[in-house]
Ligand binder design. Sequence first.
Ligand code: NAP
Ligand code: ZN
Ligand code: ZN
Length: 364
Amino acid sequence: MALTAPVKEAATSAQVTRQKTIGYAATAADAALAPFSFERREVLPRDVQIEILFCGVCHSDLHTARNEWQNTIYPVVPGHEIVGRITKAGSEVTKFKEGGLAGVGCMVDSCRTCPSCKDGLEQYCIPGFTGTYNSDDKILGGVTYGGYSKTIVVNEDFVLRLPENLDLAAVAPLLCAGITTYSPLRHWKVGKGQKVGIVGLGGLGHMGVKLANAMGAHAVLFTTSANKKEDGKRLGAAEVVVSRNQAEMDKHLDSFDFILDTVSAAHDINAYLNLLKRDATLTQVGAPEVLNVSPFSLIFRRRQLAGSLIGGIAETQEMLDFCGEHGITSDIEIIPIRKINEAYERMLKSDVKYRFVIDMGSLG
Ligand code: NAP
Ligand code: ZN
Ligand code: ZN
C-alpha cells in the first residue's frame, strides 16, 4: 500500500494562543443550560473573530443538548445560526474586514479535498465536516463550541456575507433553517407550476413555506396545529391542511410534485408519501430518531424517499443573496439567553412563532 504524507496542519494546538470567552452550555442530557467559561483560539492568518450579536435556536440544538442522537460530548455549547460583527481579521483574510457583519452556520471546516468538498458540498464531506458545535476541534483539540456565546473564531472560507437590507436578528435563522429548506427545494428543482408540500410549521417549515412560495411553487402547508392556519397563509402557503383531519388529507392523494418533511418528532411518514404523484419525491429534513416506512407507499407509484443535510457554503451564500433580493427573513421571537431553557420547553410544545433568536447582548 502506498504511503501518503499527512496533510500539513495550518497550526497545531501547541502553537495556537487561546483567549477566554463565555457562553451557555448543557453539562448532561438532563441538565438545564447554564453559564459556562471556555476558550477560543486567537485568530490564525485566515481566521476572523466575530462578536456574536444574535444566535437562532434550532431544534437540533435541543436534540443535541439532550443527547437525543446519542452523540453528544458534554459540556456542549449549542448554536449554529450565528450573526455578528467582525472584531478581528487575520493577516491573510481577503473576504472580510473588521467592523463588517458576518454569519456562521452549521459548519466551521471540512477536509476540503474529498469529492464532496471539491463539489462545494462540504456538508457531505466524506471524512466528516467540522460542526460548529459538538465536533472534534482540529485546531485547539477538544470539542467545538457553538453560538450561544460571546465570540467565535472561524476560517473565512466558512464565514458568510449577510444581505445588508434585512433585519439582522431575523437573518440569523437563515444560516440553518433557511439553507436546510432552500437546498432541497433547489436540488429537486421546485418552481412554477408545481404543487409542493411543506410538513410542519416550525423554524424549518416556515422558511420552507416562504422559500417555496418565492420560487413560484403552489405551496401547501401540513400542520398538526389548527391554530397555525392563518399564519401558514400569511407566510405564503396557498393552502393549509390540518394533518389530523383525514378527510382533508385524502383530498390531496396522488397530487404532489414534491414534499419537504421538517417534523422533529416521530410521525406517520406514509401519510405524506401517499400524497405524492407517480415518480415524485418526499425529502426528509426533520430528524427524529426513527421513521417507519411502508414499502407499499413507495412501490405503487414508483415514489422516492430522500434526505437532505443543510447545504454547502456556496449554496448558503446563494440562499442569503436570494433572501436579500426577495426580502425574506425568519419570523422571530427575541429572547435573552437566560430564557433558553424555557424556549426549549416551548419548542417541544410547537409553541414558537417561528424561531427563537437569542440576543447575545444579554449574556453580559
Ligand atoms: P421546530 O421549530 O421545533 O419545528 C418542528 C415542527 O414539527 C413543529 O413546529 C410542529 O409543526 C411539528 N411537530 C412537532 N412535533 C410533532 C409531532 N409529534 N407530530 C407531528 N408534527 C410535529 O424544529 P426545527 O428547528 O424546524 O427542526 C425540525 C427538525 O429538523 C428537527 O428534527 C431538527 O433537528 C431537524 N434539522 C435537520 C437539518 C438537516 O440538515 N436535515 C437541519 C436543521 C434541523 P406543526 O405545529 O405545524 O405541526
Ligand atoms: Zn440547525
Ligand atoms: Zn471533504
